[in-house]
Ligand binder design. Structure first.
Ligand SMILES: Cc1cc2nc3c(=O)[nH]c(=O)nc-3n(C[C@H](O)[C@H](O)[C@H](O)COP(=O)(O)O)c2cc1C
Length: 194
């Protein structure tokens, strides 16, 4: 079984069922032994990895630079399957984000601009009104068609090394748990106690 092909198929099933979580994942990072986790949109899944968009002003970017080991969690309600994907994070070429940034929702583009002009992502601000006012100002100053990809917008990819699957949708509630390890370019699995 190719776990990545299976994840892609389950994601498509979730999309077909309008599952609002179909395109989400949870990314865990660790800095000096301190764990942190956040929800992210899972942009793309290929045999080479799991693609995410982030902003380099955010704390997660400095964490990744210090330690690029990560674990991503995906849970598909419909198939009742959990995936824990671990590996190393790499930055994608700027051309990748350049190609995709303009397709982002309008609000996300102005938010990326505000990280440069108001405050880095996750920094303290003077209140929500200050942010709303700032974004209104940005909209007056720059029409959407004139926006250019900010240098801080980044695409990253988690290159999977180990994928652990837990499938709860099995007869007699006896779950199927497997650990897939990428060995010489092929996924090999061992069966685990669920
Ligand atoms: C449904 C959902 C989707 C999100 N997607 C993204 C995303 O694609 N990229 C991103 O940087 N943050 C996304 N976030 C926000 C992150 O969870 C997080 O709050 C933010 O990135 C700041 O995290 P940091 O402290 O690691 O910098 C999303 C949050 C939710 C609830």
């Amino acid at each position: 079984m190719d776990p990545i092909a299976r994840i892609k198929a389950e994601r498509q099933d979730a999309r077909d069922l309008d599952d609002p979580n179909a395109d989400l994942c949870f990314l865990a990072l660790s800095e000096s032994g301190k764990p942190s986790v956040r929800t992210l949109v899972l942009r793309d899944i290929t045999a080479d990895g799991f693609t995410l968009f982030i902003n380099k002003t955010s704390p997660k970017w400095s964490i990744i630079q210090a330690n690029n080991q990560a674990e991503m969690l995906i849970w598909y309600t419909n198939s009742q399957t959990q995936y824990r994907i671990s590996g190393l994070i790499e930055e994608l070429a700027p051309s990748f984000i350049e190609h995709n940034w303009h397709r982002r929702p309008t609000a996300s583009k102005y938010m990326d601009y505000s990280y440069a002009s108001l405050g880095s992502q996750s920094s303290q601000i003077d209140g929500r009104d200050a942010l709303v006012g700032h974004i209104d100002g940005l909209k007056e100053k720059h029409r959407e068609e004139e926006l250019v990809t900010p240098e801080s917008a980044a695409g990253i990819v988690l290159r999977p090394e180990v994928i652990e699957m837990l499938d709860l949708n099995m007869p007699h509630r006896i779950h199927d748990r497997r650990r897939f390890v990428l060995t010489d370019g092929k996924w090999r699995f061992t069966q685990l106690m669920p």
